[in-house]
Structure formats: structure tokens, C-alpha cells
Design a protein around this ligand. Structure first.
Ligand code: UN1
Length: 513
């Protein structure tokens, strides 16, 4: 661990690590409480981090505002050029940063690549963003949509994607001309500090204001300060539905804008004409990968009754094999299932399994906490679990997102029935349909189909690319990040009408003579 920390310029002396970057002094500080960053695989304390005091959050917002005021006048392609340099710097450190994500979050190393990909997209966008020209009904008039920088973007991220979700937001916020203030999850501060150091090194080399990428490590109070502060024009929040509901209401209460990425309760549906081998691999990957701790993890599986017995027996044996051989440290290349993030998450896993049983669920695989040997004995280990549900109405726990590798399986007879089950939960993030039939696929993505922001045909619910928008419907919060038109949320839009005559032109045929 200390080799990884020192490779990223993080102290290894045991002294607390500063978790706040002060733009005015260009120094690392932190006079709030101490936070512990712990390895979920071993329980080892990687470092203690000094968080932001309320005064430090206030100072970060003042600096961010000031930084925005000059950054907004820099041409977008020039902003893109600086982001291109951040992309290069981050990509040079991708292995070390990936290892830190593995150590601190307890997952594989893929997500830093997602930040790099997002920067590629944003660098390109910096040369093309803008609104459309709109024809005017008045002669010698022209209308156009103008996108200007918005101001300060607050980004509150969750533990499960400690790098990439900041990356989506920062990249778009930066090229659209804003300053970003980041509050990472309390359990993944080191990834945020290491990432910010890389970004700051590029800002410094370009003699740019350090307030463009402020970091305030902290807990609930720090997040609350960003939520309630009028200086934050857009608040991007990733986390639970319960917290997201409060955040959304508070930000709306001060007429700010929010971008919410909340719970997912994603389902995969397998039709009898599917490629079963593909469906099996995709479902297994999405259900137990990242130990079920992605917003996009598959949590519900609907099998057509004609293929259910065979599919379930293959799935159950895959689970048993993976449980016996492939649970382990996230830095071990053999590992397919890592730890849960915290000891509390293990308790929530146990309680969900108990509830599922009491509501009629039958455990087909897993269901238990795992005791590991040696240095892994201090980690948070559970078995990937399959629960067969005969009575969906009775098994109310299926309606909730439990951040753990628990897969609820049930059967159906018609595609309409499967779509109804797919849509029967409050959340609407991702879904999958496995079929070789074009009509079924079109029905699933159409008006009477899946009500989710992300749909996959013959692919897993998790693992989205950055080119299309990422986000969900209903209680997932309607936010869209990363690709597509997501950049538009980071702009201040005006519909501008230009009159290039000497006559007053009035629309709707109004005369004012
Ligand atoms: C999340 O879980 O919050 O689609 C983000 C995926 C990743 C992003 C997940 N690209 O699984």
C-alpha cells in the first residue's frame, strides 16, 4: 500500500493527509475532523485524512467563484487544450491511480480509463459546443441559442466510483467554462486527493487559478454546505435515493439546479430465443462484478419459464465455482469478486438475505458472510447470492436497492409480463433484454417497453460507455451525465434574438402603431 501511496505523492509517514486544497495559498490543508481511509479487503488503515472545516468550504467556494470569473472568458477550445493536458497527465498515472482505487474502494482498476475516455470526449466537444440558429418570423431578425458558462459546479460523489463520476462532471464542467468543487465520499478521500494533485499540477503548469478544481474532503456537513450555498449553481449528486431526495428539494428550494444519479434496481430479462451462453456471462458479470456495488448492477433476473430450470442450474454452478475459487483481493488478477466496501455493508447484506427468506425467497447460491484467511481476514467478504422468488408481491425486498451481490430471480410467460416486472420498481436506471428477435428488441426499447435511462439488448446492465448519456428515470433522479447532450446541463442558456434592421419587429403579428 505504501508504494502505491508514495507513487501518487501521498504521504506514507502515518501523519494525517490534508484533504483540502487552498487555492489562495496553493497549499494542502484541512482543519476539520479526521477521516479514516481503510482497505475493504484487509481492514488496514491506509491513511487518516484531515477534512474541511466550514470556513474552509466557504473559502473554497469564494476561490471557485473567482476562478470562474476569469475562466469563463477563455475560449472553449483553449479550455479543451488544458483538459487535453490533464488527460495526458492522468493517463500517465493510470496504473498507480487504478491501484489506489482498488486498495481504497476494493474493486478492479477499470474506472480511471473511464475518466480518460470522458476527457477525450470533452476535448472534442470544446470545439463544437454551442446552440442552434433558429429562423425568425420577423424580417431582418435572427434567433440563436447561446450557451455560456454557468458558474460553480458542486460535485458530490459516492464511494463506488471514486474517480470516474468526478471525471464525467469535471471534464464537462471544465470545458464549458466553470469552476468545480468536489466533495468525495468520506471513505474514498485518497483517490480524490491523488486525482486533484494531478489536475492541480496541470493548472499550475498553465498558470491557471487553482480554484478551478477545488477539493473539500468531508462528511455530511461538508456536502450540506455545498447543497445549501447559493454560490453553487449546479449540484451534481450521486448517492442514495433518500439523500438524493433531500438534496434535490434543498437545491430546488434556493432555485439552484441539480443533477441526480441515485438508486438503480436493474433487471435482466431472458427470452427463450436468446443466446443462452451470452446471457449467462452477461448476467453473471453484471450481478456479481464489483460485488454488486455499481448503480448499474443487475439485481433482478426474469427468466422465461421454458428456459428457467436449465439457465438457473448453469447460473448456480457458475456462482458456486466463482465463490469457491475467485473471491479475493482486488489487486489479484484471478479475482472476480472483491470485498464489500464497509463492515456496515456486510450487515446490510445479511439483513437483506434474512428479509428475503422471511418473504418467501429461496437461497439457491450463497447467502453467507465469508471468513477469509491471513491478511484478508480483516476484510468485508460475502458470498454472491441468488434468491429464487416465486411470489414477487410478497418479496418486497426486491423493490429496494441493496448494494451487495444479491440477485433475485423469477419467471415469466410473456414479454409484456417481463416488461411490467422490469418497470414495477421505483428506480429506472438500467435494464437488459436477451433475445435474437428484432421485434422483441424493438418492443423493449419502445414506448411500451423498459422505463430506464439505459437499455441493453444482448448486453449487461452495467458497464456503460461514456459516449451516450448516463443516468436514469423515476427515483433514479432523471439526471444525465457523461455523453450525448449531458454537457448542456453545465451551461447557462439564453435564447437570443438579433434585429439587424432599424424597424422594431414584433412577433405574433402584433402591431403597436
Ligand atoms: C455507477 O455505478 O454509479 O455503467 C456508475 C457502469 C459504469 C458506471 C457506473 N460505466 O457500470
Amino acid at each position: 500500500a505504501s508504494a502505491v501511496l508514495s507513487s501518487l505523492d501521498l504521504p506514507t509517514s502515518g501523519e494525517p493527509v490534508a484533504g483540502v486544497y487552498h487555492a489562495h495559498t496553493k497549499g494542502w490543508h484541512g482543519s476539520g475532523d479526521l477521516q479514516e481511509s481503510k482497505s475493504p479487503a484487509t481492514g488496514e488503515v491506509l491513511a487518516r485524512v484531515r477534512t474541511a472545516s466550514q470556513d474552509e468550504v466557504d473559502a473554497a467556494l469564494t476561490s471557485a467563484r473567482r476562478a470562474y470569473e476569469s475562466w469563463r472568458t477563455v475560449p472553449a477550445p483553449k479550455r479543451g487544450e488544458v483538459l487535453r493536458q490533464v488527460r495526458t497527465a492522468l493517463n500517465e498515472r493510470i496504473d498507480d491511480l487504478g491501484k489506489l482505487v482498488s486498495l481504497e474502494m476494493g474493486k478492479g482498476r477499470g474506472e480511471v480509463q473511464e475518466f480518460v475516455d470522458e476527457m477525450d470526449l470533452a476535448v472534442g466537444l470544446s470545439r463544437s459546443i454551442g446552440g442552434t440558429l433558429v429562423p425568425s418570423e420577423r424580417s431582418h431578425h435572427q434567433m440563436m441559442e447561446v450557451a455560456n458558462p454557468l458558474g460553480v459546479v458542486g460535485v458530490i460523489t459516492a464511494f463506488n466510483f471514486p474517480n470516474a463520476v468526478f471525471g464525467w462532471n469535471f471534464s464537462l464542467s471544465f470545458i464549458t467554462g466553470n469552476a468545480t468543487v468536489w466533495k468525495p465520499a468520506p471513505t474514498t478521500p485518497l483517490t480524490a486527493i491523488a486525482t486533484t494533485k494531478i489536475v492541480q499540477s496541470v493548472l499550475e503548469a498553465n498558470k491557471l487559478d487553482a480554484g478551478l478544481a477545488a477539493l473539500v474532503c468531508g462528511g455530511g456537513e461538508t456536502g450540506e454546505a455545498l447543497v445549501n450555498d447559493k454560490r453553487v449553481d449546479l449540484l451534481s449528486f450521486t448517492g442514495s435515493e433518500a439523500r438524493g431526495r433531500e438534496v434535490g428539494m434543498k437545491v430546488a428550494g434556493r432555485f439552484g439546479q441539480s443533477l441526480l444519479e441515485l438508486g438503480g434496481n436493474n433487471a435482466a430479462t431472458v427470452l427463450p430465443d436468446a443466446n443462452m451462453q451470452l446471457a449467462l456471462r452477461a448476467t453473471t458479470f453484471a450481478a456479481l462484478g464489483t460485488s454488486g456495488q455499481r448503480c448499474t448492477s443487475t439485481r433482478r433476473l426474469f427468466l422465461h419459464s421454458s428456459i428457467a430450470p436449465h439457465f438457473l442450474s448453469s447460473l448456480t454452478s457458475a456462482y458456486k465455482k466463482i465463490t469457491a475459487e475467485r473471491i479475493g483481493h482486488p489487486l489479484d488478477s484471478k479475482t472476480l469478486v472483491g470485498p464489500l466496501h464497509t463492515a456496515d455493508a456486510v450487515k446490510r447484506f445479511e439483513s437483506a438475505v434474512e428479509t428475503a427468506k422471511s418473504q418467501g425467497g429461496e437461497i439457491l447460491a450463497g447467502g453467507n458472510v465469508v471468513k477469509m484467511d491471513g491478511e484478508l481476514s480483516g476484510g468485508n467478504w460475502v458470498e454472491p447470492t441468488i434468491v429464487l422468488v416465486k411470489d414477487v408481491e410478497r418479496c418486497q425486498i426486491m423493490q429496494q436497492e441493496t448494494f451487495a451481490p444479491i440477485l433475485y430471480v423469477t419467471t415469466f410467460e410473456t414479454l409484456e409480463e417481463a416488461i411490467a416486472l422490469n418497470n414495477s420498481v421505483a428506480q429506472g436506471l438500467s435494464s437488459s433484454l436477451f433475445t435474437q428477435n428484432l421485434a422483441s428488441a424493438m418492443q423493449f426499447i419502445g414506448a411500451t417497453g423498459s422505463d430506464t435511462g439505459i437499455i441493453n439488448i444482448n448486453g449487461s446492465t452495467s458497464g456503460a460507455e461514456i459516449g451516450a448519456p448516463f443516468g436514469g428515470n423515476k427515483s433514479t433522479g432523471w439526471g444525465r451525465e457523461s455523453g450525448g447532450d449531458a454537457w448542456k446541463a453545465y451551461c447557462r442558456w439564453s435564447s437570443c434574438t438579433l434585429n439587424f434592421s432599424n424597424e422594431l419587429g414584433l412577433a405574433q403579428g402584433v402591431s403597436f402603431d
